[in-house]
Design a protein around this ligand. Structure first.
Ligand code: GLN
Length: 265
């Protein structure tokens, strides 16, 4: 059977400040390496809703407060309801940083009014103003959700002023091992709701965390074709080398969170 996936890339022209387009490239390549046909639908301010609804995987990247204000009206008025419906039927999504903030109840920017969110995740985000430091730097965390990935580690780079607080209805993505994560105080990073993942990890997040990319691809195939997806393993030597290099550098651990000492005996 010839499998095909259509990936909705939300606001590629506005929500791509931190190189998150690399995530779309990884999803595309990891599908193509497996013979899965991939089409990327650039969902801009002008794109009709029908194009978005025809997709099987949703991605939206990070941006500065200014672009967030531009996008917010269109996202809230035209697209967020459709994205919520897609997620509620299990379609996987990855929201990074500003997009992650948009997927909550609201984002309070550094200046100006609150930007209402899609309410996909039960969370709020508030910028602490010019006095508060930006949460910036390399970051490592251990996944606690979704099931099937818990225990594995993720590495990336974060750069956000907003502090995110999860509500009772949303599970965290990971436990911070090094860095700040959602707010620099509760020890958690990101959020998971059904097959939607929110994260502050730039880098971009997927190249050094191929297990996350494959999880998204598998979920997209399963929802579209209504059957369990078995992805052919790829040669991830380089990806794992990059992952473990950062893990060792940040938390002196390697190989998916196994402590070096326990490895070396
Ligand atoms: N503008 C938002 C903040 O500063 C999001 C930044 C981002 O997407 N990296 O928190």
């Amino acid at each position: 059977m010839n499998y095909e996936l259509k990936i909705a890339w939300l606001y590629p022209d506005l929500m791509s400040t931190y190189g998150d387009r690399g995530n779309v490239i990884i999803l595309q390549k990891r599908c193509q390496f497996r013979g899965i046909e991939v089409n990327i639908e650039n969902i801009t301010l002008e794109t009709p809703l029908s194009k978005l609804k025809s997709c099987s995987l949703v991605f939206m990247g990070g941006a500065q407060d200014r672009q967030q204000k531009i996008v917010s009206l269109d996202f809230l008025k035209k697209k967020s309801y459709a994205v919520s419906e897609m997620i509620n039927i299990g379609i996987p999504a990855l929201f990074v940083c500003a997009a992650y903030q948009f997927a909550g109840h609201y984002y309070r920017p550094y200046q100006g009014d609150d930007i209402p969110g899609a309410g996909i995740f039960d969370l709020i985000t508030e910028h602490q103003g010019n006095q508060a430091k930006r949460l910036t730097g390399n970051v490592a965390a251990e996944l606690v959700n979704p099931s099937g990935l818990n225990g594995k580690t993720i590495v990336g780079f974060e750069n956000h002023g907003g502090r995110t607080k999860l509500g009772a209805k949303t599970k965290p993505l990971a436990k911070v091992l090094k860095g700040y994560g959602n707010n620099g105080s509760d020890g958690y990073e990101g959020a998971v709701y059904k097959n939607a993942i929110g994260s502050y990890f730039h880098g971009p997040i997927l190249p050094k965390n191929p297990h996350l990319a494959d999880w998204l691809i598998a979920k997209a195939l399963e929802v579209k074709y209504k059957e369990k997806a078995y992805l052919k393993p790829l040669d991830d030597a380089l990806e794992n080398q990059a992952h473990n290099f950062m893990l060792k550098k940040l938390v002196h651990r390697s190989v998916w969170g196994i402590d070096r000492k326990s490895m070396l005996g």
